[in-house]
Design a protein around this ligand. Structure first.
Ligand code: SF4
Length: 395
């Protein structure tokens, strides 16, 4: 069994394929012209940081290198390499198979098979199973995710339970949680938002029972989690793509509860935190905030997969300032009068559902659009959206 963690030395051989599949000359032009483009009464303002992050760029590059290096082998992905349907479709078209498909099974893998691990990593148990099958592994786990794992492992070794701000079913959070319990006596609890953090705080302060707490978190904590024992010392970690401001707020809430319970002088014995939002996520969140504060906009458009956590959080940020349309691609812009998008709420409880918006374009006067894209959205998708926006306004 072999594990490749630094690619397959075929970067230059796949460069043209990556350019063909994901590059956009139009996006290059918009960037070169100061991240804005004017066409008739429409001006598009593109955030300074948007789209593919370093981790996604690397994961997709390694997947292409894998296909090139092993043209005659069966190549599998453990699941979506990143949360973008177009990128996953391209990989399928190249013959890469997805172990999450109903007809595939990890149990059917043979030692001559190749398996690519995605940018958000895989849980410890799954990795062990793949190793036991003797497959060749191409590990594209992002360095920023590995950094979270290190912190969570350190917490567990020092007797601190990990409180993970994330989505319990997200691949990255499941992988991070598995790192906590891979250390003897390690435990974790996953919190999604302020409301869930508040329940933990109430328990710490002694105003909420352990029974009720466990009833609420029964599907998002480690087996045998005992709040009486496992919420005495806690360390905060994040899914790397969460909303930075929310993660900081949750950390403060739990820190304050620990001070109330144990006193400020004992805080270091009961609470730890490391900032584990990745820099790419933070840069994209910061860039759209900067853009939105610069001027007023008719609306914002956020491009990205509907299951992409960082894209949803970009949409939440925009929705706090202006009407926001979270779209998957240019096909969502059906016409100048019809648009399909995901509903986004600025509040902590985000409801994402498909929506059809009629008359989304102002029919008269100038239109200013703030545009950004999640870390798993390639430039060609952004370019297609820009072209479609221009076409919709100018019909
Ligand atoms: S969003 Fe951050 S952690 Fe995730 S792949 Fe990109 S750089 Fe890595």
């Amino acid at each position: 069994m072999a594990i490749f963690r630094k690619g397959l030395n075929l970067k230059s051989e796949v460069a043209d394929d990556l350019t063909r599949d994901y590059h956009s000359q139009l996006v290059d032009r918009v960037k070169a012209e100061g991240h804005s483009l004017k066409s008739g009464r429409l001006t598009i303002h593109l955030a300074k940081e948007f789209g593919f992050c370093y981790g996604v760029d690397r994961a997709v590059d390694y997947a292409y290198q894998t296909r090139k290096r092993f043209p005659d082998k069966r190549v599998f992905l453990t699941g979506e390499i990143i949360h973008n349907p177009h990128v996953n479709m391209r990989l399928r078209e190249s013959g890469i198979r997805f172990l999450t498909d109903p007809e595939e099974s990890i149990k059917e893998l043979k030692d001559e098979d190749i398996v690519i691990l995605p940018a958000f990593g895989v849980p410890v148990g799954e990795l062990e199973e793949l190793c036991n099958r003797g497959c060749t592994l191409i590990d594209t786990t992002c360095g920023s995710v590995l950094n979270v794992w290190k912190n969570v492992q350190r917490y567990a070794r020092d007797g601190f339970s990990a409180i993970i701000h994330g989505k319990a079913h997200h691949e990255e959070t499941r992988a991070t949680a598995s790192q906590a319990i891979n250390i003897k006596n390690g435990h974790y609890l996953i919190i999604l938002d302020r409301e869930e953090a508040e329940l933990v705080c109430k328990y710490i302060r002694g105003t909420f029972s352990g029974t009720r707490l466990m009833e609420h978190f029964k599907h998002s904590c480690s087996k045998g989690f005992n709040p009486e024992r496992d919420l005495i010392r806690v360390g905060l970690a994040n899914q790397t793509t969460m909303l930075m401001s929310e993660s900081l707020a949750l950390g403060e809430m739990i820190r304050d509860a620990m001070i109330d319970r144990h006193g400020i002088e004992s805080l270091s014995k009961h609470y730890r935190a490391f900032e584990t939002i990745c820099s790419a996520t933070q840069d994209r969140q910061d860039a759209i905030q900067v853009l939105l504060k610069k001027q007023s906009f008719s609306f914002a458009v956020v491009i990205g997969g509907y299951n992409s956590s960082n894209t949803k959080n970009l949409a939440r940020i925009c929705a706090e300032h202006v009407t926001t349309y979270h779209i998957a691609d240019s096909l969502c812009l059906v016409s100048e009068s019809e648009l399909h998008c995901r509903a986004t709420e600025a509040a902590s409880k985000v409801v994402h559902s498909d929506m059809l918006i009629n008359n989304w374009l102002p029919t008269t006067g100038p239109i200013a659009i703030a545009l950004t894209a999640g870390a798993s959205t390639p430039d060609n998708i952004v370019g297609e959206v820009i072209e479609k926006l221009i076409a919709c306004v100018n019909t």
